[in-house]
Design a protein around this ligand. Structure first.
Ligand SMILES: Nc1ncnc2c1ncn2[C@@H]1O[C@H](COP(=O)(O)OP(=O)(O)O)[C@@H](O)[C@H]1O
Ligand SMILES: [Mg+2]
Length: 225
C-alpha cells in the first residue's frame, strides 16, 4: 500500500508520523520503504540514526525529489509491501506526485494551524490528485494537540472540514508528547523508546491500524476463515 503523509505546513509532525509508521510496519514483518521527499532530509537522518544504533529492525529509506518521482514510486511499490512517503517542504511537486500515486493521504494539522486557508489549499490539491487517482482517500489528522484538551477538537475539526468535498477527518488523534520527540531524534519509534509512554504508543498504534485498515483486514480474514 502506498501512503502519503503530506501537507504544506512545516512542523506539523509529518516526519514523526512517517517514521513511526514505517518502524511499526517493519516490526510487524512488512517490507517497508520510507520515501523522503523533503530536501531537509529529516526522515533520512532518522533512518541513518536507526542504522547506527542497531538492535532494531532496519527501515529502508531513500531520498527522492522532482519530476520522475511518480513513476519511481510506482516502480518501487512493486517491490515493497508498504511505501510511506514523507512529503514535507514548501515545494509541492513532491506532494502532488504523492497524491497521484497514494492510496491514502494523511495531512497532519496542529489545532493552532487549523485554518481555512490550509484546508482550502489541501482540498484543491487533493481534487487535482483525484483527477489522476480517483480512488485517493485523503484525511486531515489532528496532530500535536494538547495532551490535556480543553476544547472539543474533533468536533470543531469535523465542522471545519465538512465544507470541503475532498477531505475527511482521521479518527485517530496524535497529541504532543515528549516520547515522539525523543523517538525521532534517536532513530526509533515510540514503541521502541524508553521510558515507555503508553499513551503515545496507543496513539500511534491506533493511527497505524487506521492507516493500514488493520482492523478491517482482520475482520475480513475472520470472515473468510
Ligand atoms: N506528537 C508530537 N509530540 C511532540 N513533539 C512532536 C510531535 N510531532 C512532532 N513533534 C516535534 O515537532 C517538530 C516537527 O516535527 P516533524 O515531524 O519534523 O514535522 P514536519 O515533518 O511536519 O515538519 C520536531 O521537533 C518533532 O520532534
Ligand atoms: Mg518533515
Amino acid at each position: 500500500m502506498i501512503i502519503l503523509i503530506g501537507g504544506e505546513k512545516g512542523g506539523t509532525g509529518k516526519t514523526t508520523l512517517a517514521t513511526n509508521l514505517a518502524a511499526l510496519r517493519k516490526s510487524s514483518g512488512r517490507d517497508v520503504l520510507l520515501v523522503d521527499t523533503d530536501i531537509q532530509g529529516s526522515a533520512s537522518y532518522w533512518a541513518a540514526a536507526r542504522d547506527d544504533r542497531g538492535g532494531v529492525p532496519r527501515v529502508s529509506c531513500i531520498q527522492k525529489f522532482g519530476k520522475g518521482l511518480q513513476a519511481e514510486i510506482q516502480d518501487l511499490a512493486t517491490r515493497y509491501d508498504d511505501v510511506i512517503i514523507d512529503a514535507g517542504g514548501r515545494d509541492s511537486v513532491e506532494l502532488r506526485a504523492g497524491l497521484v500515486v497514494a492510496e491514502k493521504a494523511f495531512i497532519p494539522i496542529q489545532p493552532s494551524q487549523f485554518d481555512l486557508w490550509t484546508l482550502e489549499r489541501m482540498d484543491g490539491l487533493v481534487e487535482t490528485g483525484r483527477g489522476f487517482n480517483p480512488n485517493l482517500d485523503a484525511f486531515v489528522l489532528i496532530c500535536r494537540s494538547s495532551p490535556n484538551p480543553v476544547v472539543a477538537e474533533s468536533a470543531e475539526a469535523r465542522e471545519a472540514i465538512a465544507e470541503f468535498d475532498h477531505l475527511g477527518l482521521a479518527s485517530s488523534i496524535i497529541r504532543d508528547r515528549i516520547a515522539f520527540r525523543r523517538a525521532v531524534r534517536e532513530g526509533l519509534s515510540v514503541l521502541e523508546v524508553s521510558p515507555a509512554d503508553h499513551k503515545a504508543r496507543a496513539e500511534i498504534q491506533s493511527l497505524c491500524s487506521e492507516v493500514f485498515n488493520e482492523r478491517q483486514s482482520e475482520i475480513e480474514q475472520q470472515a473468510a476463515g
